[in-house]
Design a protein around this ligand. Structure first.
Ligand code: T4K
Length: 374
């Protein structure tokens, strides 16, 4: 048993001395929020790092999702995945939009384009897929469907910071992509988020919407919200940007060791890296097939807990099981067999920069030693 608890994640923090230098500047100029100098610098440096043209930073990812739907005036029905964090679907609910769940692919856990196409009705206005665990969706197929049926495509890219395909950011696909910079993410600003868009006009509109709808001192173009990132978060983010490549490399080392240790364990499977994709190793999900492993997912989850290892069953239960959504016809388990199956098998193991090798070995030893369990 591990002496101290190991959680599914642990935030990487910037060096305190460097952060203090930024705080001194903020204390000095007294600009705390409302598109201050660090906010502007952060947007610019983020866009450069991510390889995107237009980005607008937010106080958190959920408000970015809600605002994205407002920015494109989405109404009616939106097709989305039940295999995500609940904020994805909540953003639709907050916009009075009906979520329509479609099933996921068994190998990527992302929305299945064929199932998306089958779920389209005359009320459908958009598709909201999620790059779950940072693995890119089937971008081409989803774009083709969006183009054919005249739908908007809004990616929840909360897990996909820094993910590139053949050197191109995954954030440049679709109409909009939303990021989360929550403490539990690969790149954090304590709380935070962003919308990536493809043109200046849309960026302007998003900037108005996150600031009450103000276009200038006396003009309010529509009922916006307050979703601005403050100067302290932006300053913190500027330092994090210089560290994030190291964070991702360190996460890769953790993932590589898990894969080495868990290779060939009967009944345990995990995702592999895909050629031409720069992954960010935001999560390390394993699937437990109880018929082969001889213990259920929940038995393994509890056994790990008893050993001070706090993995998480992201994303169980499916969003379609929650009271607000379970009455929808698309929430029927028979409509979502793959998502139901993955949600019943998954555990995300602890992964974060500098997770010690001996801890990874202890975690994998417990998983491998299933026969020794009482
Ligand atoms: N879309 C998707 C696909 C998302 O995954 C999320 C968020 C969103 C949208 C919304 O973005 P935000 O509005 O959050 O920016 C966590 C996060 O709160 C949530 O941001 C995240 N997804 C979701 C997948 O996970 P919980 O309830 O599991 O977090 P919590 O507090 O149990 O944290 C997990 C573990 O991390 C803790 O056991 C200990 C460790 N931890 C956590 C925090 C907050 C720390 O060591 N330090 C910390 O400060 O939801």
């Amino acid at each position: 048993m591990l002496e101290k608890p190991v959680f599914v994640t642990q935030p990487a923090l910037p060096p305190l001395e460097e952060f203090t230098d930024y705080l001194i500047k903020i204390w000095d100029n007294k600009i705390l929020t409302n598109n201050g100098p660090f906010h502007q610098q952060f947007e610019k440096e983020l866009a450069d790092y991510l390889g995107v043209k237009y980005i607008s930073v937010f106080s958190n990812g959920t408000l970015a999702l809600i605002t994205a739907l407002q920015a494109l005036r989405i109404t009616g029905e939106v097709i989305t995945t039940p295999f995500s964090f609940v904020a994805t679907t909540h953003s639709l609910w907050w916009n009075n939009i009906k979520p329509v769940f479609a099933d996921i692919e068994p190998d990527t856990f992302n929305l299945d384009p064929e199932k998306v196409e089958a779920a389209i009705t005359p009320q459908t206005t958009a598709i909201m897929p999620v790059h779950v665990y940072g693995n890119p969706c089937n971008l081409e197929a989803l774009q083709k469907i969006a183009d054919t049926y005249g739908l908007k495509l809004i990616y929840d890219a909360a897990h996909a910071f820094g993910v590139n395909i053949k050197g191109h950011s995954v954030l440049n696909f679709g109409d909009l992509s939303i990021l989360s910079f929550h403490a539990t993410k690969v790149f954090n600003t304590v709380e935070g988020g962003a919308i990536v868009c493809q043109d200046e006009k849309t960026k302007k509109r998003i900037d108005y919407l996150k600031n009450f709808g103000f276009a200038d001192e006396v003009t309010v173009i529509e009922p916006g919200i307050n979703a601005k990132m403050n100067e302290i978060q932006a300053a913190y983010g500027l330092i994090q940007l210089r560290m994030v490549d190291d964070y991702i490399q360190s996460r890769k080392d953790v993932a590589d060791l898990y894969r080495k240790e868990l290779k060939g364990v009967s009944g345990i499977t995990f995702l592999s890296d895909i050629e031409d994709i720069r992954h960010n190793y935001s999560y390390f999900p394993i699937l437990v097939d109880a018929s082969i492993y001889r213990k259920t997912r929940d038995e393994l989850y509890d056994m790990l807990k008893r050993n001070n290892i706090f993995g998480r069953r992201y994303f169980y239960p499916l969003i379609s099981h929650f009271p607000t959504y379970r009455g929808l016809s698309s929430s029927k388990p028979s409509n979502l067999p793959v998502a139901e199956s993955i949600a019943s098998k998954v555990i995300c193991l602890p992964i974060y920069p500098n997770l010690e090798k001996d801890k990874i070995k202890e975690i994998t030893r417990i998983i491998k030693d299933v026969t020794c369990w009482s």
